[in-house]
Design a protein around this ligand. Structure first.
Ligand code: ATP
Length: 265
């Protein structure tokens, strides 16, 4: 009888584990290289649904490399990345991710509208741009510019378009690399509200950023990368403790944590 109960417990635990892995991003013993340089080594990480993760680290610490590998844009040196159980880079994994397009990668010869329609078609959400995307464009005050060539856009306008295009079909995981850079304050506010609302709907955002003040209110988790390793993984409980402390700030604690590690050579 006791053996039967133990076996049942093992089955239940394994089933729960499998379900959790199916609804999350998993990095297992992950190592990433750029040329001959090892950028990250033996990273183990689990990111569930409904998290807003701030990816922090000094210049060159590997934030963009990690996001690109997750999006399937860079090869994996060793280990693996699974997105809801699908290996990174596979079509199934790509469909679950939305990565804001880098402003420098936008096709300058198209109008903003043409790009959004192309992406909508490629992501199979239909021939027209989803209502939600157009509403965000309106909140960004980008609508009048959509009929113009991307070549005529300012950096902030390109940043907004890259976000709109990357998140067009609202997949469950959003990857943003310094996406608040260059946004005017009202648009930055809109984006923060948008990400917060998405989080409440169970969408997870990974945002690589140097804006540590975002951790003060917004992130539910903070990962600090340094020297090819994950220096810290601050959970929502830890962040809540820091936020509640009358004499501490999350930003100051993050600066102290980052300063405790030397800048990579
Ligand atoms: N295209 C590339 N070719 C070769 N090495 C690269 C390339 N891009 C980045 N690297 C190297 O990979 C390492 C990690 O760079 P990465 O861009 O991921 O850092 P980051 O944390 O995003 O930096 P930043 O905060 O400056 O954006 C750095 O040492 C960098 O020099």
């Amino acid at each position: 009888m006791a053996d039967g109960f133990a076996a049942l417990t093992v089955v239940v635990v394994m089933a729960r584990h499998a379900r959790t892995a199916r609804m999350s991003i998993v990095f297992e013993q992950l190592s990433l290289q750029r040329g001959v340089q090892t950028v990250l080594s033996n990273l183990n990480l689990h990111i569930g649904r409904g998290e807003w993760v701030g990816l922090i680290g000094s210049n060159g610490s590997g934030k963009s490399t990690l996001l690109s590998a997750l999006a399937g844009l860079l090869p994996i040196a060793s280990g693996r990345i699974l997105v809801d159980g699908h290996p990174a880079g596979t079509l199934a994994a790509r469909r679950l991710l939305g990565k804001a397009i880098d402003p420098a990668q936008l096709p300058l010869g198209l109008t903003g509208q043409q790009l959004l329609e192309l992406v909508a078609e490629a992501r199979q959400v239909g021939l027209s741009v989803p209502q939600d995307t157009m509403a965000l464009a309106e909140s960004f005050r980008l609508t009048p510019a959509l009929t113009k060539l991307i070549a005529t856009y300012s950096l902030g306008m390109k940043q907004k378009l890259g976000i709109l295009a990357g998140l067009i079909d609202a997949p469950p995981y959003w990857l943003l690399d310094e996406s608040l850079n260059g946004l005017d304050p009202p648009s930055a506010f809109v984006l923060k509200q948008y990400l917060q609302a998405a989080q409440a709907r169970g969408i997870s955002t990974l945002l690589a950023t140097h804006s540590l003040d975002l951790a003060e209110r917004h992130f539910s988790r903070v990962l600090i990368l340094a020297d090819g390793q994950m220096l810290a993984d601050w959970t929502s409980d830890h962040l809540a403790q820091l936020r509640a402390h009358p004499e501490q700030s999350v930003e100051a604690a993050l600066v102290a944590a980052c300063m405790s590690n030397p800048v990579p050579a």
